[in-house]
Design a protein around this ligand. Structure first.
Ligand code: LMR
Length: 398
């Protein structure tokens, strides 16, 4: 009966976790999945989260179903983080936000909504992008295309090509954008470049869908949301998916949000209703624990401030690792340019290693990165960085 079912080849990112866990090499280093490990190689529980967990656990409360859209405090937390605490659109009630099962859940609900209400729309993703962007939109029967983004040869952005491509798109086509810490390249647009992109979006009446999974890891909470807030200022309709996996270190709790910025209150009501209906038919309502943590940390002023500090400490440690990696590699291979390492933002560095070089790092050194050459810099620490840099130098030289 099931013989005709295809075998699953596994996920190129999640599959690496399994391979890494099974590797008996005592020097192994996990630079695959986008997870922040601290200086001791440990997945941190943020102090602000510990406090929130204590409040949740005492007393242990009943667990009713949450509303389809999740906890109001979770939704408010998403909105204020993305659009700014005092944003006029929030006061005017022009944002439909639901709490979602991580950023992936937000993308899925958004993709379903686009399929249902904009059936002619195609979705264009950056070349390259996070693989699940393509899988999620195609899984909702939305046709996916790619727009030019990364120039491998020069470790830069193909900005003019990208703009020229956007100029060819049709009204209501969706473009999936990464407001900060582009996954997988780490190469972000400047604010001036964002302005140009959004002018094209406006002129061609495209639908921007911004996926922000690393807010706070680029420059700071506000600068990382520049593209989102600029689109709002320009009066554009906008989809935003956000994730708390990385910036609250709550990976397994699956907490995120989907926000749709609408032109009028009536349209906001309609959209919010349909987002609820979409949730109901996929998973009914979100789980409660992670949402409670988000609610507490985002809405308690002192905890929020503590949280921002903790995110910036993670950001700064990653930046320090970038500098160190660059300097060790430059010393080892002086005729090669490694500037890209510090020009990239967030957790990822697109190293430009060939699939064979990536494979050698894995088999000979127990160093795991994604086969497209993406390295999670947040997996480096002062104990493993020399080992990684030496191994990279080895495979690059041969
Ligand atoms: C990543 O890109 O590594 C993360 O977003 C984790 C994932 O689900 O792929």
């Amino acid at each position: 009966m099931f013989e005709r079912i295809d075998y699953y080849a596994g996920d190129p990112i999640l599959g690496l976790m399994e391979k890494y866990s099974a590797d008996s090499n005592p020097n192994k280093v996990n630079l695959g999945i986008g997870i922040y490990y601290d200086e001791n190689g440990v997945l941190p529980v943020l102090d602000c989260v510990k406090t929130a967990e204590e409040r949740i656990a005492d007393p242990i409360a009943p667990r009713p179903y949450l509303p389809m859209a999740g906890l109001p405090g979770h939704r408010k937390g998403c909105q204020e983080l993305l659009f700014g605490k005092d944003a006029q659109i929030l006061k005017d009630g022009l944002v439909a936000t639901i709490a979602t099962i991580g950023g992936s859940g937000a993308l899925k609900v958004g993709a379903e909504f686009i399929h249902d209400w904009f059936p002619q729309a195609k979705c264009y993703v950056s070349d390259p992008t996070w693989g699940n962007h393509i899988a999620i939109f195609e899984g909702s029967d939305v046709e996916v295309g790619k727009y030019p983004y990364y120039d491998k040869a020069n470790s830069s952005i193909k900005f003019d090509e990208m703009i020229a491509f956007f100029e060819t798109l049709n009204k209501n086509d969706v473009i999936l954008l990464h407001p900060c810490c582009h996954n997988p390249t780490g190469m972000d647009l400047t604010q001036a470049q964002w302005d140009t992109v959004l002018n094209v979006v406006k002129a061609r009446e495209l639908i921007p869908f911004m996926d922000i999974a690393y807010q706070g890891f680029g420059e700071d909470m506000d600068s990382d949301a520049y593209a989102i807030r600029k689109a709002v200022e320009m009066g554009l309709p906008l989809f935003v998916s956000n994730s708390f996996s990385k910036n609250l270190s709550l990976y397994g709790e699956r907490v995120g949000g989907l926000s749709v910025v609408c032109p009028t209150v009536d349209e906001t009501d309609r959209v919010f209703g349909q987002l609820n209906a979409t949730v109901r038919r996929i998973y009914s309502s979100p789980p409660s624990h992670g949402g409670r943590v988000v609610d507490i940390v985002m809405n308690d002023e002192a905890l929020h401030e503590q949280w921002v500090g903790e995110v910036y400490a993670m950001r700064d440690r990653i930046k320090a690792m970038r500098l160190k990696l660059k300097s060790v590699l430059e010393a080892k291979i002086p005729n090669r340019n490694f500037d890209y390492i510090t020009r990239q933002n967030g957790m990822f560095s697109f190293t430009g290693l060939t699939p064979e070089q990536v494979e050698r790092l894995q088999t000979e050194f127990g160093i795991y990165m994604v086969s497209n050459s993406r390295m999670c810099v947040a997996g480096l620490n002062t104990s493993n960085i020399d080992y990684v840099a030496n191994a990279m130098a080895d495979v690059l030289k041969d």
